[in-house]
Design a protein around this ligand. Structure first.
Ligand SMILES: [Zn+2]
Length: 262
């Protein structure tokens, strides 16, 4: 049986290796969970061919685990689809990483609170990144971004150097997410659940803004203070984890494909 056929039903799956200490097993389970996150994000509009990637801070401080290149987010099945990179972008396994690894190194270095970072090219998000005005705080999704969604406007090109990665991290600052002009989005979370829900609500907020742009200014907006107060209730760890458990229950597995070797 092809092990990938039922990747989405792996909530009840096992550590495959059956060896290693608790820390190793916990890391493997976290990477399996991150694989679920990739597929959930793909199903929520973040898929773009084989582009886009998620990372997890290595609990031993060796660097970060990054999605392997050459795979769609919807194809990420489990821990085998990630590899460990040093903080300077050197993969431990010698394989070629995603070229935009500096985004992850930059954000995870700058943000001690972040455990997970994602960079994707969602349709509404990348269109919102072409707008010249900040996103409005609209609706239930808007309150999660009370501090705003900053725009990185330095270049629409790939973020392929440590300097650009650090610049993206500086633009992101302490916020949950940032837009990359004519390119895509970056978002971070202290947990996989937080990162995924942020990604889903970010895409919905971008869509809301673009739809309501047609209202010619006749749109109300939540003030930042009220948004932050509501986010303290709706974006608290409890509801966010509840959302994530729901999303994982609904996650569908990737189609069967051959084993990635690169
Ligand atoms: Zn990109």
């Amino acid at each position: 049986m092809n092990p990938r056929r039922s990747a989405g039903r792996r909530l009840r799956r096992r550590p495959r290796d059956g060896c290693g200490g608790p820390a190793v097993r916990q890391l493997g389970e976290s990477l399996d969970e991150l694989a679920d996150a990739c597929r959930v994000l793909a199903s929520a509009g973040h898929n773009d061919l084989t582009l886009g990637h998620c990372s997890l801070r290595d609990p031993q401080g060796r660097g970060f685990w990054l999605k392997r290149p050459g795979l769609g987010l919807d194809e990420i099945a489990d821990r085998r689809d990630f590899h460990l990179l040093s903080w300077s972008g050197v993969p431990v396994d010698g394989a070629v990483p995603h070229i935009e690894w500096p985004i992850h190194a930059g954000v995870l270095t700058a943000r001690e609170d972040a455990r997970v970072v994602a960079h994707t090219h969602p349709w509404w998000g990348h269109l919102a990144a072409c707008r010249a005005t900040p996103l409005r705080l609209i609706g239930n999704e808007g309150v999660a971004f009370a501090g705003g969604v900053p725009l990185f406007g330095e270049t629409p090109d790939l973020i392929r150097t440590p300097q650009l990665g650090a610049a993206v991290a500086a633009t992101l600052g302490a916020q949950r997410a940032a837009l990359l002009t004519h390119h895509g989005v970056v978002f971070a979370g202290g947990s996989i659940a937080e990162a995924v829900v942020t990604g889903l609500w970010l895409e919905r907020l971008c869509r809301s803004n673009l739809v309501l742009d047609r209202a010619d200014g006749a749109v109300t907006e939540i003030d930042a203070e009220t948004a932050a107060a509501k986010a303290g209730r709706t974006f608290a760890p409890g509801p966010v984890e509840s959302h994530w458990r729901y999303l994982r229950r609904r996650a569908e597995g990737p189609p069967s494909r051959g084993r990635c070797t690169g």
